[in-house]
Ligand binder design. Structure first.
Ligand code: FES
Length: 286
């Protein structure tokens, strides 16, 4: 046997011995983990523990269970009461119900107030004269005085009409014109109200102080002082409103109803132009 082989055998034996020694020490450490030391075991044996002598764990648990059962109160022998759902009204309304009801209440109150205000406004007499109703344009004496002082015409913006003198001598002829039937009361008080709107195409017809006629600037229709057509394309005389004079002498122009003007050719007053026309080129009579 050579020297090298002998050295290898000796080295392998030494390594094997070292490995065996390490394994024995390691095994002793593992067995010691979690194990009580001798001193701890001696202290536990000497301690005065409150454990019933001779009782097993099962005996202790059974005793505890019996103690818990004894502490329970037995239920009454009567029949169980039926469960009745609570009244929602008594319990109260939810927040959503509250807001829904509040919204409906407020909306109803608003609509009710609006309707009540409209109803009161409908019933309440209108303080100021309004076109479309009966318009008081003043005392008859004042109206006639204004007509004289202002060159033959009294204009009321509230009634949107002119009040002019209707000659007493023309009344017999007027009674023969059907369109004048509801105007006779005013005529007999010496006045007639002519609507400012031209019966041709609706322009406002102004008075012409020089001719003492009405002369429309739009297409030249001309009417005498009581609104009977004299020239131009208008299909009839000026429309009118009925006038009534109250017991107190107030001139009431009823603008709730437009009365069609008299037909072409009506000429109850025989009034011709009293001066130069304000509008030229009105064309001939139709
Ligand atoms: S609108 Fe008055 S004449 Fe045409």
């Amino acid at each position: 046997m050579s020297g090298a082989v002998l050295i290898a055998i000796v080295a392998g034996g030494a390594a094997l011995l070292g490995l065996l020694t390490f394994s024995m020490v390691r095994g002793r450490d593992v067995r010691g983990a979690g194990a009580l030391s001798r001193e701890t075991i001696r202290r536990d044996r000497d301690a005065d523990l409150d454990v019933p002598s001779g009782s097993s764990g099962r005996d202790v648990e059974r005793a505890a269970s019996e103690a818990r059962s004894a502490a329970l109160v037995p239920a009454s022998a009567g029949a169980p009461a039926l469960w009745v759902p609570p009244d929602r009204e008594e319990v109260g309304v939810s927040r959503r119900q509250f807001f829904n009801r509040a919204s409906v209440t407020l909306m109803s109150a608003g609509l009710g107030g609006f309707a009540a205000a409209g109803f009161v406004a409908f019933l309440w007499p209108t303080a100021a004269p309004v076109f479309g109703g009966k318009v008081n344009v003043g005392k008859l004496g004042d109206v006639l005085a204004t007509i004289r002082s202002s060159g033959g015409f009294f204009y009321s913006s509230a009634a949107r009409s002119y009040v002019t003198v209707f000659p007493t001598e023309a009344i017999p002829k007027a009674k023969g014109v059907g369109e004048y039937a509801s105007l006779l009361s005013g005529m007999e008080n010496g006045v007639i109200a002519s609507y400012q709107k031209c019966p041709h195409l609706g322009c406002r017809v102004p008075e012409c102080k020089s001719s003492q006629w009405f002369e429309c600037p739009c297409h030249g229709s001309q009417y005498n002082r009581v609104g009977e057509k004299k020239a131009g394309p208008a299909p009839r005389g000026m429309d009118h409103f009925a006038i009534e004079v109250s017991a107190a002498g107030d001139v009431i122009v009823d603008t709730s109803l437009v009365i069609n003007g008299p037909p072409l050719g009506t000429n109850t007053t025989g009034q011709e132009a009293e001066g130069p026309h304000c509008i030229t080129g009105g064309g001939g009579s139709h």
